[in-house]
Design a protein around this ligand. Structure first.
Ligand SMILES: CC(C)(COP(=O)(O)OP(=O)(O)OC[C@H]1O[C@@H](n2cnc3c(N)ncnc32)[C@H](O)[C@@H]1OP(=O)(O)O)[C@@H](O)C(=O)NCCC(=O)NCCS
Length: 201
């Protein structure tokens, strides 16, 4: 892992650098440092991207001060938004398609009066982060999962190994391993046959 400050990415169109607390394996690929413009995490290691993982353009790491994200080995994330104030974990060999949103926090209160007060404070120059009072609940996505495009994974959800989430689904509850879910709210479509690989993953 390299943690040197001021790291730029090869052939990046965006003239920015990776935050110091992003731990990127030497064999992992991140297309652009633009993916980190909404990164505000103060965790010692805020985003850990394991070997062989790929993060393609328009993926956004939207992290609050306490947010931490783990991207597993050989995982592929293509244009997703990770809204994280606590913890989001994506397992090894998992595919996250374009426009997927994983949010461990709703960020704003469900009370209209509180939201109104927050917006007024924001307009008066209040700091965005200090307005965020919503409770975050970690998201855990297992290994060999496939999340279809435009899907939304809500706070506190765990998706089991080998599961598939259909395109445009809204996942409100845990998904058992090796199960296809789809729709809004996502419902079980069917089970998938388990196959073991040489390394057991
Ligand atoms: C989830 C998915 C993999 C299921 O494919 P499948 O096993 O061939 O399933 P089927 O097409 O036979 O559909 C099974 C049932 O689920 C429903 N269904 C499938 N996908 C759905 C979706 N995204 N939303 C709502 N319902 C869906 C079907 O209507 C069908 O319902 P029925 O039994 O009442 O007729 C596929 O539909 C999907 O969403 N793929 C996304 C691929 C993607 O995002 N690719 C991006 C590139 S990485």
């Amino acid at each position: 892992m390299s943690n040197a400050p001021g790291r730029t990415l090869p052939e990046d169109w965006f003239p920015g650098t990776l935050p110091e607390n992003v731990a990127l394996d030497a064999s992992a690929y991140v297309e652009t440092a633009f993916s980190f413009v909404c990164h505000r995490s103060e965790q010692p290691v805020s985003v850990r991207i394991a070997r062989g993982a790929s993060i393609y353009k328009s993926t956004m790491f939207d992290l609050g001060r306490s947010g931490s994200v783990r991207i597993g080995a050989y995982a592929l994330v293509h244009g997703a938004r990770l809204i994280c104030d606590d913890e989001i974990e994506i397992g090894d060999y998992t595919l996250v398609s374009w426009n997927v949103v994983l949010m461990d926090s709703y960020r704003f209160d469900s009370s209209p009066a509180i939201r109104r007060a927050q917006l007024i404070r924001l307009a008066k120059g209040g700091e965005w982060l200090s307005l965020n009072q919503a409770k975050a609940r970690p998201i855990r996505v297992g290994c060999k999962v496939w999340i279809g495009f435009d899907a939304c994974i809500l706070p506190g959800v765990t998706i089991g190994d080998g599961a598939i989430v259909g395109a445009r689904s809204v996942v409100t509850r845990d998904v058992p391993p090796y199960t296809i879910v789809a729709g809004n709210p996502a419902q079980v479509v069917r089970q998938i046959k388990r196959e073991s690989s040489a390394n057991g993953i």
